[in-house]
Write a protein that binds this ligand. Structure first.
Ligand code: OAD
Length: 249
């Protein structure tokens, strides 16, 4: 971690400096939530690319909902881990902060993080297919599959499917934060799904210090300022200790 302290000195990070964190599925791995890619990847078992599309939903909404109900049940039984909680400490300490997450599991909010841009939506919200109204009042497990809105139309998960655009407001918040931040931590993402994967590059180009936390190398590893190899639940609390100590003036 010596190199992190050196880099922070060069950057001159302050409590008032804008700080951003980008997370992917790896941040929830130590909570027991399967990641998408890799050996135990969710995609492998469930061929999610075939389920997480508007076409699959049009064809067979019940099967798509079975799969989302399964994921909602797994995640509802899990708890945030030390990595989620470390990010909450940053949210509380830095006045200009944004967490940008690709995760749909809601664990960051359950860990107490308040300022979050959920780029890919949230598994626990549903959206009416007729008027787009969003709500979060369906129980886990679902009592009706596929669930219907009070207007009678089908409900869909309020998540981004393959082939769909990102929610405009979240996209803007994320890219504005990337351009403005002085420090970006990139945690537990394989950095292969666009446009999220380009967020750290936007930050880097705008002059931010970019630090990656991941047990494995990714396409970003050679481009960032520092790669901290390890599990987020172990590495991130130490990184946050250092950041808070360093900016405690
Ligand atoms: P991936 O499953 O692609 O990548 C998970 C990353 O986490 C990998 O780089 C792992 O090395 C790393 N990892 C595993 N365990 C870790 C740990 N304990 N601590 C830190 N890192 C760890 O997940 P994402 O990058 O989030 O999109 O995938 C991006 C998007 O692909 C998802 O949001 C999803 C999917 O298509 C949508 O659903 C729209």
């Amino acid at each position: 971690m010596e190199s992190l302290t050196d880099l922070l000195s060069e950057t001159g990070l302050k409590r008032r400096s804008p700080v951003s964190v980008l997370t992917g599925a790896g941040v929830s791995a130590e909570s027991g939530v399967p990641t998408f890619r890799g050996e135990e990847g969710l995609w492998k078992n469930f061929r999610a690319e075939e389920l997480a599309t508007p076409e699959a939903f049009d064809r067979d909404p019940a099967t798509v909902w079975e799969w989302y109900d399964y994921r909602r049940r797994i995640i509802a039984a899990k708890e945030p881990n030390p990595a989620h909680r470390a990010i909450t400490r940053l949210d509380e300490a830095f006045p200009d902060f944004l967490l940008i997450t690709q995760n749909v599991d809601g664990l960051h909010a359950r860990a107490g993080t308040r300022r979050i841009a959920e780029l890919h939506g949230n598994l626990f919200r549903v959206r009416c297919t007729r008027d787009g109204e969003v709500s979060d009042n369906l129980g886990v497990p679902l009592t009706e599959i596929p669930p219907r809105c009070k207007c009678g139309s089908l409900l869909r998960p309020d998540v981004v499917w393959f082939g769909e655009g990102l929610p405009r407001e979240e996209f803007d918040r994320a890219f504005n934060a990337a351009e403005a931040c002085k420090l970006m931590l990139v945690v537990g993402t394989s950095a292969v799904v666009q446009p999220a994967a380009s967020i750290p590059l936007v930050a880097k180009q705008a002059g931010a210090l970019v630090v990656e936390v991941n047990p494995d190398p990714t396409p970003l590893t050679d481009l960032v300022d520092l790669h901290l190899r390890g599990n987020a639940g172990e590495v991130l609390p130490r990184v946050v200790d250092i950041l808070l100590d360093f900016t405690d003036t």
